[in-house]
Design a protein around this ligand. Structure first.
Ligand code: HEM
Length: 481
């Protein structure tokens, strides 16, 4: 039976279902991790239900998540309901249908888990905006000094060994940059020594472990059963990493004194602000750039020498005209900006977004409207939304200049920051406050790369958290400024 919605689209019941309690969730989990894999899991259900909106259970399910039932949104039109905090609640859904123990965050629910209706959300987000604005002028010079180290190491490795693992070198240098930006000290000057990246990773991975898998084939069932039991069934005993959290906490507490003073002025205790800063530094920023920068290297590397030449030309001529790498210069680089957005579109760094309906709602995709009941969980798998063939031509193809000129209109459908690319984050929404910083970082990365090099080739490994990139060759710039 279908009636008509306000948008004149026919209202139909949401197809799909959850199966028998517990067993349905386990069956969907096995399809998702082992029998089908992530993309096939979603694509096969779109085909089966002839709809980009349907009901299913989402991993991890029992016993990590108390309720795995979701309504999946897999197109560019239904997805943005997740951004509308007047209609949906974002309380404790940052990691999805389960939430890691607050023991990881000193007993606090940090900003990413707060709904904008909670006063703390506004205060903490204000704190982040303040940190970012006071560091605005340091970003470009500080980042460039770390990129210089990064590229020297990369070049040395390629000339000695004939190839270089990009991720390790880039992770270390970008971590140093991020720590210095927020805390004002090099991490080696703190109790972390040179172990900062490892100690942060040790703290981040268990929080997202229920979402991951080694990705072994379905026929290796005995190994998969063991993995499924340890990763997806039981919550990680967070207390075993209390020592690690303490070490990270102390490093920030003792170095980010200026930022913590500012938090107190805003009305947040030092302890709560420090736990929030720890999360933003280690999870949001380091965890994010660890994925984003290799993703850019992957797609630009695979695009080949034609795009490299165009990027080098644009970057070198604008830097010459503007007399340096400035915010103004970055803004003039239309191709460079488009390449960054295209990488974020084709492989969004954070792929899952969740929200609960605050009230009975009508949502719609391209051709149908659906009724959602208050309290139901909405779930968007972003790569399907930003590769919606009804919006993007050749959605599976990396088109470097997709967002140049008229193409800029399509930025309305780029969602990597948990909001439209055409909008900016605010205290009262859930859009990523690091949106501008991340994009500046990506642009400066490309600028410095193509000021130094003409072209490069890559080999892409099996993705873990983001792609693994090996640089196979690196050609130094033949023309300078
Ligand atoms: C590096 C790449 C980054 C990516 C891909 C990324 C992505 C995201 C996404 C998708 C969300 C929304 C999650 C959700 O609620 O479903 C988010 C939220 C958030 N991000 Fe980022 N982010 C990045 C960097 C940063 C940086 C540099 C900061 C520094 C301030 C930051 C701070 C936050 C915070 C505090 C939230 C929660 C926002 C709120 O509660 O209103 N992120 N980010």
């Amino acid at each position: 039976m279908s009636s008509f919605s306000e948008s004149d689209l026919p209202v139909k019941p949401i197809p799909g279902g959850y199966g028998i309690p517990f067993f349905g969730a386990i069956a969907d989990r096995y399809d998702y991790y082992y029998n089908q894999g992530r993309d096939k899991f979603f694509a096969s259900r779109i085909q089966k239900h002839r709809s980009t909106v349907f009901r299913t259970n989402m991993a991890p399910g029992p016993f990590n998540a108390s309720d795995p039932r979701v309504i999946c949104l897999l197109d560019a039109v239904s997805f943005p309901i997740l951004f509308d905090t007047s209609k949906v609640e974002k309380r404790d859904v940052f990691t999805g249908t389960y939430m890691p123990s607050t023991t990881f965050t000193g007993g606090y629910r940090v900003c990413a888990y707060l709904d904008p209706s909670e006063l703390k959300h506004t205060l903490i987000k204000r704190f982040f905006f303040s940190i970012l604005s006071t560091r605005h002028d340091q970003v470009i010079p500080l980042l460039r000094s770390h990129l210089s180290e990064l590229f020297i190491k990369l070049e040395d490795k390629v000339s000695q060994k004939g190839e270089a693992s990009f991720n390790t070198i880039s992770d270390n240098e970008l971590f140093n940059f991020v720590f210095r930006l927020y805390c004002g000290k090099h991490p080696t000057e703190t109790n972390l020594g040179s172990k900062g990246p490892t100690l942060f990773e040790l703290w981040v991975y268990p929080q997202v472990a229920p979402l991951g898998s080694l990705g072994l084939p379905g026929w290796l069932l005995p190994i998969n059963l063991v993995e499924d039991f340890f990763l997806h069934t039981l919550p990680f005993p967070a207390w075993t990493l209390k020592w690690d959290h303490k070490k990270l906490y102390d490093s920030i507490y003792n170095s980010a004194t200026e930022a913590l003073d500012e938090a107190e002025r805003i009305g947040i205790s030092r302890e709560e602000a420090c736990n929030n800063l720890l999360f933003v530094l280690g999870f949001n920023t380091y965890g994010g750039v660890k994925i984003v920068i290799p993703t850019i290297m992957k797609w630009v590397g695979l695009a080949g020498v034609g795009l490299h030449k165009q990027l080098a030309e644009e970057i070198r001529s604008v830097v010459k005209e503007e007399g340096g790498v400035t915010f103004g210069a970055l803004d003039k680089m239309t191709l460079t900006k488009s390449v960054v957005w295209e990488a974020m579109r084709i492989e969004p760094p954070v792929q899952f977004q969740y929200a609960k309906a605050k009230e009975d709602l009508v949502i719609h995709n391209h051709d149908t409207a659906f009724k959602v009941k208050k309290g139901e969980m909405l779930f968007g798998y972003q790569p399907f939304a930003t590769k919606d063939p009804k919006i993007f031509e050749n959605p599976e193809e990396f088109v470097g200049n997709r967002f140049v000129g008229e193409g800029e209109k399509l930025l309305n459908y780029v969602y990597w920051s948990n909001g439209r690319e055409t909008e900016n984050p605010k205290e009262e929404d859930k859009q990523c406050p690091g949106k501008n910083l991340v994009e500046v970082m990506c642009r400066v990365f490309l600028v410095d790369f193509f000021l130094r090099f003409d072209t490069f080739t890559v080999e892409i490994g099996k993705p873990a958290l983001g792609p693994t990139v090996t640089i196979k060759s690196l050609n130094k710039a033949s023309s300078s400024l």
